[in-house]
Design a protein around this ligand. Structure first.
Ligand code: AMP
Ligand code: ZN
Length: 161
């Protein structure tokens, strides 16, 4: 398990476990999440293990909006092997526990599958969206780009196991 941030312009620290070169990393061409797994693109990583990764959504609905992904590329849950599905659920559980302990016991989990269901990044990912009592989770809420100070603060709260 490891946690930390990775960004070319930022100090890369605290990230451990399998990452670049992992056998779990397929490196699908032109996939932004495979690029994050392979350390070709930056991300605010909150948790990582051999086959999964959790990082902040770059365009959060709320503070602490996270994405939990398998390292192995697959567009949808039914595309990835059973073991990766199980690992993904374990990782999701870990993230949910951290959100409950450190941010709020209220959150939405979503897994958009297919373009008509709102999937934009075709690498399977759970959204974990903390809720703080503002807005209806089933209606669109405003989103703003993730800022570095916010990201740093949330990672500091969530990165420790
Ligand atoms: P979906 O609509 O379910 O495919 O959601 C894709 C999510 O990925 C959106 O909430 C984006 O804000 C987020 N996203 C896209 N690129 C990145 C990135 N490089 N780092 C973090 N989050 C990203
Ligand atoms: Zn991918």
């Amino acid at each position: 398990m490891g946690a930390g941030q990775f960004a070319p312009s930022l100090k890369s620290g605290g990230v451990s476990g399998a990452g670049m070169g992992s056998s779990a990393t397929s490196g699908e061409a032109k996939c932004v999440f495979c690029d994050i797994v392979a350390r070709r693109s930056p991300a605010w990583i909150v948790n990582e293990d051999e086959s999964t990764m959790a990082f902040l959504d770059i365009f959060p609905f709320t503070r602490g909006h996270l994405l939990v992904i398998p390292k192995r590329h697959g567009a949808r849950l039914t595309d990835i092997p059973f073991d990766d599905q199980m690992a993904l659920i374990r990782s999701l559980d870990e993230i949910c526990r951290r959100v409950e302990r450190r941010l709020t016991p209220h959150y939405n989990i979503s897994l958009n599958t297919g373009a008509n269901a709102g999937q934009i990044v075709m690498h399977v990912h759970f959204h974990v969206i903390p809720r703080y009592g503002v807005g209806n989770p089933f209606r669109a809420t405003s989103r703003a780009p993730l800022t570095d100070p916010d990201a740093r603060a949330v990672v500091a709260e969530l990165a420790a196991p």
